[in-house]
Design a protein around this ligand. Structure first.
Ligand code: ADP
Length: 265
């Protein structure tokens, strides 16, 4: 695993999780001593069946889930230990969620402007943001081909369009990292591939490293520079899509056929 082509040199490490374990209050084990390094310029996909720990690992990378053991280090900030460096890391991290987490009654533009929120003191409402911010938000909407919907209510958009707003909101933050948690889980295959390709090309154009959790093997193969395979809270595989052999897929999922079926359905 160490000489995988997906592993770059230490200077490229943006975030490092060291032996992270997560035990939820109900006793469920989310992660077992998982260690990973997230590299600049790389699109990493967390792959694995439901309950494998993908979402837990992704959220542990900005401490939305608190590890029971282990630590998270960020380039230029060191170990995340205090409110100040955790907030600062989160401000630089664009999150994209499965259910978008947009506010349906607000316009598309207002939702994108919320991506800028963390950069301002609390007393400034989104309505008081400058013209410059608005034109930046419009530019971000243009990147996802939704500028013409800027003044529509968010809840009038399709699921795929809403996820594109979610991407625009994340990039409006000018993030140094994007974390996307099952961003296409509720979309049909055509919309899923469109969203993932869009996300990939934006990350590549802007040089933003991204970590995306997915359960569909085929999408992972198509968009990832690097795949991390999880099962039962443990990392079983860390390598390039080419290195993800049928044998490894079998170890992660227990069955190959069901995965092909999932990806094609
Ligand atoms: P995945 O994203 O791969 O589906 P998760 O990270 O959501 O996996 O879950 C890993 C394990 O942690 C599972 O056993 C799941 O039931 C458990 N888990 C996840 N979130 C919670 C939670 N909020 N409370 C209790 N258990 C949880």
């Amino acid at each position: 695993m160490l000489n995988s082509k997906a592993i770059k040199n230490d200077q490229d490490v943006l975030v490092e999780a060291q032996e992270i374990s997560v035990i939820y209050p109900n006793g469920a084990i989310g992660l077992r001593q998982a260690s990973i390094q997230i590299f600049n310029h790389q699109l990493t996909v967390l792959l694995g069946p439901s309950g494998a720990g993908k979402s837990t690992l992704l959220r542990a990378l900005n401490l939305l889930v608190k590890p029971s053991a282990g630590k998270v280090k960020v380039k230029g900030m060191g170990t995340l230990t205090n409110v100040k460096n955790i907030r600062s890391h989160r401000r630089q991290t664009g999150m994209i969620f499965q259910q978008h987490q947009l506010i349906g009654r607000l316009t598309v533009l207002e939702n994108v402007l919320m991506g800028r929120f963390g950069h301002y003191p609390i007393w400034r409402s989104i309505f008081a943001l400058s013209k410059l911010e608005r034109s930046w938000a419009l530019e971000c909407l243009d990147r996802v081909s939704l500028q013409h919907k800027a003044l529509s209510r968010c809840d009038a958009l399709s699921g795929g369009q809403q996820q594109r707003v979610g991407i625009a909101r994340a990039i409006a933050q000018r993030p140094s990292l994007i974390l996307a948690d099952e961003p296409v889980a509720s979309l049909d295959p055509a919309a899923s591939l469109k969203i993932l390709s869009m996300l990939r090309s934006i990350c590549k154009q802007d040089n933003i490293p991204a970590v995306i959790s997915l359960h569909q093997l085929e999408y992972a193969r198509q968009i990832a520079d690097r795949i991390i395979g999880l099962k039962n809270g443990e990392i079983l595989f860390d390598g390039t899509p080419e290195e993800l052999t049928d044998n490894v897929v079998y170890q992660i999922y227990g069955e190959i056929k069901s995965i092909d079926h999932q990806a094609a359905s």
